[in-house]
Ligand binder design. Structure first.
Ligand SMILES: *[C@@H]1O[C@H](CO)[C@@H](O)[C@H](O)[C@H]1NC(C)=O
Ligand SMILES: *[C@@H]1O[C@H](CO)[C@@H](O)[C@H](O)[C@H]1NC(C)=O
Ligand SMILES: *[C@@H]1O[C@H](CO)[C@@H](O)[C@H](O)[C@H]1NC(C)=O
Ligand SMILES: *[C@@H]1O[C@H](CO)[C@@H](O)[C@H](O)[C@H]1NC(C)=O
Length: 303
């Protein structure tokens, strides 16, 4: 029964992702008049260029405040091995001068397809690059020596993708990261297996992306990808005649809403609290406006 439900949901999600790229509603980037739901209530207020900028400022401010706490890694570690380890999820695009963190199931997959498309179209951006330095062609930042890492981090536009952690877990579960386990067992495995077998699929964003070290220019949130990526591209100087395919993350919202309720109901209070703790840095650093887990369990005094 549980298997069947999972299969059906998976089929549904598969279908939706298929739509993602086939549903090429080419829209003009200049018509950046879409809708974006932001931090609390203002779901249906059309967002302007300025308000999108404001959202970025708020997110970065929250990040800076998190990073000003004690014990955060804010500098590149001294040895090559440690530095490569710390930056192991960071990718670079040398043609368009982007550096981004590759957190699974946050929309970064669509972003990479977009970069490929721009590459195929031989698009270049009019970014003011401080030094026109050649860095080689490796795609992973960890493959560079520390000097080049620093230089790339200083000159490229740095982008981070985030998503509500419980949704990331559900996505990992749905995509077969938990062979033979039901969702409850999967959560127990994550909570009690320590850091030994931690997969990128559920490693907290803050640990994967090292935002205190990388100091991202842009933090993009799943659920709002369409507007936020367009905004970023406009700011980066994408020519106006280049059209970006639509992101459909906001359209699968209701599916996830339903899934979140179902999955959460399978967990004990102890397990829910365990997840709050496991993802505490992500929850505190990024305010996820529609987080069921946060609302029901993590907010002090709830649960
Ligand atoms: C790509 O664009 C650059 C400059 O924008 C141009 O010099 C080059 O010839 C183009 N290459 C192709 C294959 O169109
Ligand atoms: C780092 O790599 C760059 C480019 O590959 C090279 O020019 C530079 O000499 C290297 N620096 C060190 C300290 O090894
Ligand atoms: C952890 O990973 C190792 C190596 O990938 C594997 O052999 C082991 O079975 C895993 N442990 C658990 C509890 O899954
Ligand atoms: C969580 O609480 C906030 C503020 O009370 C509310 O705006 C939001 O809709 C709630 N989210 C969910 C998923 O219940």
């Amino acid at each position: 029964m549980r298997f069947l439900a999972r299969l059906l949901t998976l089929a549904f999600l598969g279908f939706i992702s298929l739509l993602w790229w086939r549903h090429l509603l080419w829209r003009n980037t200049a018509q950046n008049q879409g809708r974006l739901a932001m931090e609390d209530a203002e779901e249906d207020v059309p967002q302007t260029f300025d308000s999108l900028l404001h959202i970025q400022q708020l997110r970065k401010k929250a990040l800076r405040s998190f990073c000003s706490e004690r014990g955060k890694i804010t500098r590149l570690p001294p040895t090559q091995q440690e530095a490569s380890q710390a930056l192991s999820s960071i990718m670079v695009d040398h043609k368009l001068h982007f550096l981004y963190c590759k957190t699974p199931a946050t929309g970064v997959e669509g972003w990479e397809r977009l970069l490929e498309m721009l590459l195929e179209k031989n698009v270049s951006l009019q970014l003011p690059i401080p030094h026109h330095q050649q860095f080689g062609s490796q795609k992973a930042l960890s493959e560079y020596n520390r000097t080049s890492m620093e230089a790339i981090m200083q000159s490229y536009t740095k982008v981070m993708f985030v998503r509500e952690p419980f949704q990331r877990l559900i996505s990992a579960y749905m995509h077969g990261m938990a062979d033979g386990l039901n969702f409850k067992e999967f959560v127990q495995y994550i909570l009690y297996s320590g850091s030994r077998n931690r997969s990128m699929e559920w490693t907290p964003s803050v640990s994967l992306c090292r935002p205190c070290l990388v100091r991202y220019d842009y933090v993009i949130m799943f659920g709002f990808l369409d507007n936020e990526v367009r905004h970023l591209m406009l700011r980066a100087g994408l020519p106006e005649n280049i059209r970006i395919p639509e992101f459909i993350d906001s359209k699968i919202r209701w599916t996830y809403r339903w899934l979140e309720e179902q999955m959460l109901s399978q967990l004990s209070l102890r397990e829910r609290k365990g997840l709050c703790h496991f993802f505490r840095f992500d929850y505190h650093t990024f305010r996820f406006p529609r987080s069921l887990l946060w609302n029901l369990t993590c907010i002090p005094g709830s649960g």
